[in-house]
Design a protein around this ligand. Structure first.
Ligand code: ADP
Length: 556
């Protein structure tokens, strides 16, 4: 049906008790461009009319099996009270017999029929259009409410996916959010009409795609009514989610796209239109604010939890430091008193005691240094001094060879790109990892230092040992302050649990990452990845952090 000034055409259900006159009317209607379903008398009349779902019912009072009034009532009950009805009456019939929108008398004049039918269809089209607008506005209103009532991210994404799909009469709905670290759009659970395990797998890169493709972050709204063969879309996208038509509107914060709402799959004969897209854009406008508020709320919650954790760690730190400082101090004091009070101690025993005093003093000094360094790095006061490093010679120079009986193997390519890093800090990391490898391999064995390029912008450095190993459940917290493996064998080896934490701070200060893979009683591999230009990586991180501090925290 067309809405506008030109004569609208539509689907007419026609009921007439007189076959010939009925056929005549049907011909007139068809020649005016309408589709006509001529309904014969009989028991199934109401069902036939309802199944035909016409835009207009034209019924003659000659139709008595069943009576027209009953058919009209049943049709309006099933198809909506606004279904227009044009009743055809004979000269002798009373026009108050049935509830009609219009009446036309027989013999029917084609011009008059055209006028009446056209008027009723136009009204019907306008009414439907307005009804749809009201439904859309109500839908939008419901969606805004859903946003303010939604409990947590899951509630919000679920509501948003479901309400958007229902509003657009689509079978599927999904919210995707931009993940800054991995630079990809990630589907949020739950979706609507899409299995959770499928939603869990869905993530699309925002970089590196061919220019001809629609980009998840750079390109705006999208209508694709044949996504499976649409070359603008990633080939897997439509198949993975089994999509047959789709509509995408971006969620934005300022000029940045922070996510997307996708609705998909409508009945094949009603493809998505520009009007649908405008509606989804209106939803996305509302949703952008809600998603941003939710994100800020979640960030606040995380910051609060972090603050509490920080408070707890601070108390723990003070307690541990007091304990760890006291231990060497007590030893120093004990041996010093012994030497002072026992003048007759043999010379070699005296020497042994003094060596212990010196060792413990060194431990104490190291602990004090580590603690100070950590405080400076945590508060961002630690300065980095960048210089170009030739990693091969640098490693050979830094590793404490000859300090133990372990054989130390170097696996470093002959030619290797130079990196920009802080040599003193990097040496500290290397020494720490190699010292640990030696310390926690009490049975001896080989230790390998391996170095490789990763892509064109990064290098990977690994220290491999065949020592005690680390239980899997203790690995996640090893790079935190004062964390030591809790086991009888590890306890026999002295340490403070600060070394790996310092390594992590230094590596992250270089814009890199550190990790460990380990198997109990088999050995461990500590690895780190560094950018070739750590200074640039750090500068970039600082700019982002400064921008974040100025504006509300961003998801881009
Ligand atoms: P520590 O001074 O205790 O050695 P680190 O922070 O350097 O402190 O290491 C933290 C803990 O991680 C150690 O106490 C040890 O239990 C475990 N660890 C570190 N390196 C190794 C390794 N190469 N093999 C097994 N365990 C290790």
């Amino acid at each position: 049906m067309i809405l506008g000034r030109s004569a609208p055409t539509g689907h007419v259900a026609l009921l007439h008790g007189d076959t010939d006159r009925g056929e005549g009317l049907a011909r007139m209607l068809r020649s005016a461009g309408h589709r006509v379903t001529l309904v014969p008398e009989g028991r199934r009349v109401p069902q036939t009319v309802v199944e035909a779902s016409p835009d207009l019912l034209v019924a003659s009072l000659t139709f008595t099996e069943p009576p027209v009034a009953g058919v009209i009532r049943a049709a309006r009950q099933a198809l909506g009270a606004e279904l227009p009805v044009l009743v055809v009456v004979g000269r002798e019939d009373s026009d108050s017999l049935v509830e009609a929108d219009e009446i036309i008398r027989e013999p029917v004049d084609p011009g008059e029929l055209d006028l009446r039918v056209g008027g009723l269809l136009r009204h019907q089209a306008e009414r439907r259009f307005l009804q749809r607008k009201v439904d859309e506005l109500l839908g939008l209103y419901k969606i805004s409410w859903a946003f303010s009532l939604a409990a947590g991210p899951e509630g919000l994404f679920g509501h948003l996916a479901a309400q958007s799909a229902q509003l657009l009469r689509a079978q599927k709905g999904l919210v995707l959010l931009f993940e800054r670290e991995r630079r990809q759009m990630v589907a949020q659970t739950p979706g609507f009409g899409i299995a959770p395990e499928v939603v869990g797998r869905v993530r699309y890169p925002v970089d590196g795609e061919a220019r001809s493709r629609w980009n998840f972050r750079k390109n705006g709204p999208l209508i694709a009514n044949k996504p499976q063969s649409d070359s603008r879309l990633l080939p897997d996208m439509a198949t993975e989610l089994d999509l047959h038509s789709l509509l995408i509107a971006p969620l934005v914060r300022g000029p940045q796209v922070t996510g997307l709402i996708l609705v998909a799959d409508r009945h094949a004969d009603s493809p998505f239109t520009d009007e649908d897209l405008n509606l989804l854009l209106a939803v996305a406008g509302e949703a952008s604010v809600a998603v941003e508020n939710m994100r800020l709320h979640e960030e606040l919650k995380r910051a609060n939890a972090l603050l509490q954790e920080y408070d707890r760690l601070k108390s723990e730190f003070v307690a541990i430091v007091a304990h760890d400082f006291r231990k060497p101090l007590m030893a120093i004091r004990g041996f010093a008193e012994l030497v002072l009070e026992e003048p007759d101690i043999p010379a070699d025993a005296r020497q042994e005691f003094m060596r212990t005093v010196i060792n413990e003093t060194e431990n104490l000094a190291r602990l004090a240094d580590d603690t100070l360094l950590i405080t400076r790095m945590e508060t961002g006061e630690a300065e980095y001094h960048w210089s170009e490093i030739d990693l091969g010679p640098f490693i050979l120079d830094s590793v404490p060879l000859g300090l133990s009986e372990h054989s130390i193997l170097m696996d470093i390519p002959a030619t290797f790109p130079k990196i920009l890093a802080d040599p003193d800090r990097l040496r500290q990391v290397l020494t720490n990892l190699v010292t640990n490898a030696i310390k926690y391999s009490p049975g001896g064995g080989s230790i390998t230092i391996r170095c490789r390029e990763r892509g064109s912008q990064h290098v990977v450095l690994e220290v491999v040992d065949h020592g005690l190993g680390i239980p899997a459940d203790q690995i996640p917290r090893l790079f935190q302050k004062f964390q030591r493996v809790r086991s009888e064998e590890h306890d026999r080896i002295s340490g403070t649990g600060l070394g790996l934490y310092i390594c992590r701070l230094i590596v992250e200060g270089h814009g890199g990452q550190i990790w460990v893979e380990s198997e109990l009683a088999k050995g461990s591999t500590f690895g780190l990845v560094l950018p070739l230009d750590a200074r640039a990586a750090q500068a970039h991180r600082r700019t982002v952090a400064a921008a974040r501090a100025k504006t509300p925290p961003a998801s881009s």
